[in-house]
Design a protein around this ligand. Structure first.
Ligand code: FPP
Length: 260
């Protein structure tokens, strides 16, 4: 089994683990992390950003190919103006500060969400980050930014409706596959596993279409403290999950009985 070690202390032995090709992470709990330390919420977000860099490194070394993280939802604009502007500043700083490290790790950056509706300066940061990193081979970091699962499905439906209006397709041509092909990033595989730290048991409008058959893994740890050990545990537990996609596993089917 592949065995790799990074420059510091961690090992990336995948024996007994299942490493998803495509992983989703809902980075939740920055505010509670800060509150527990009597710090402002912005300090929690800053610690969360540091931890995202660590997650990228760990996922890249484990062999994840697509890591989608929930950074800012279409609903997060309703937060106090000060918190929103601190978060926007942090996103820009993150790519300024860490892009050289992401480059060294071979990590390509992409964005999913309603990027076209963002203010021009943020749009530019997103597009430049994507362009600068497009040839990096190891892993794609997909940042869900101004993202809402319902908005994404609506976007895909509108694109298909436009194609019908132009006479390019018939309504009967609209299928699950054509909807998938009109989502924001159709080339990114659906996440096999979604990790949610901080104890909440919901998707919060994250990858609603793509998560139809994702395995969910939750932990009580707040996002800034979610590290290598828990990621490894998530992959260990994922190895024991039985993904049936609505069917039966071989051992439960009559065919399986006959064969065994
Ligand atoms: C939800 O936790 C988290 C967010 C709305 C922001 C997530 C942002 C980061 C982790 C910063 C780094 C991201 C990038 C792309 C640089 P919360 O703050 O609502 O926590 P709470 O539920 O404990 O209040």
């Amino acid at each position: 089994m592949a065995f790799k070690a990074d420059k510091l202390t961690k090992t990336y032995d995948t024996a007994g683990l299942k490493v998803p090709v495509s992983l989703g992470v809902i980075m939740d709990g920055n505010g509670r992390w800060a509150k527990k330390r009597l710090l402002p919420r912005s300090a929690g977000h800053r610690a969360g950003a540091e931890n995202l860099k660590e997650l990228c490194r760990n996922c890249g070394n484990y062999g994840v190919k697509y890591l989608t993280v929930y950074a800012f939802s279409t609903e997060n604009w309703s937060r106090p103006e000060k918190e929103v502007s601190q978060l926007m500043k942090l996103f820009v700083e993150f790519f300024d500060k860490y892009d050289p490290e992401l480059a060294e790790e071979g990590i390509r950056v992409r964005f999913t969400g309603d990027i076209d509706s963002l203010p021009e300066d943020l749009r530019r940061v997103c597009r430049e980050g994507e362009e600068r990193s497009k040839d990096r081979p190891k892993m794609q970091l997909i940042v869900a930014f101004n993202y809402g699962g319902r908005r994404e499905i609506t976007y895909a439906a509108q694109r298909l409706a436009e194609q019908v209006r132009r006479g390019e397709i018939d309504p009967s041509d609209i299928t699950e596959d054509s909807l998938s092909a009109n989502m924001y990033l159709p080339d990114v595989p659906d996440p096999e596993l979604i990790i949610r730290p901080s104890g909440e048991m919901r998707l919060s409008n994250f990858l609603l279409w793509e998560s139809a058959y994702s395995e969910l893994w939750v932990s009580d740890t707040l996002w800034p403290d979610f590290g290598y050990e828990e990621l490894t545990q998530a992959f260990r537990d994922y190895a024991k999950r039985d993904r049936r996609f609505g069917g039966l596993s071989a051992k439960d089917s009559d065919e399986g009985d006959k064969q065994s």
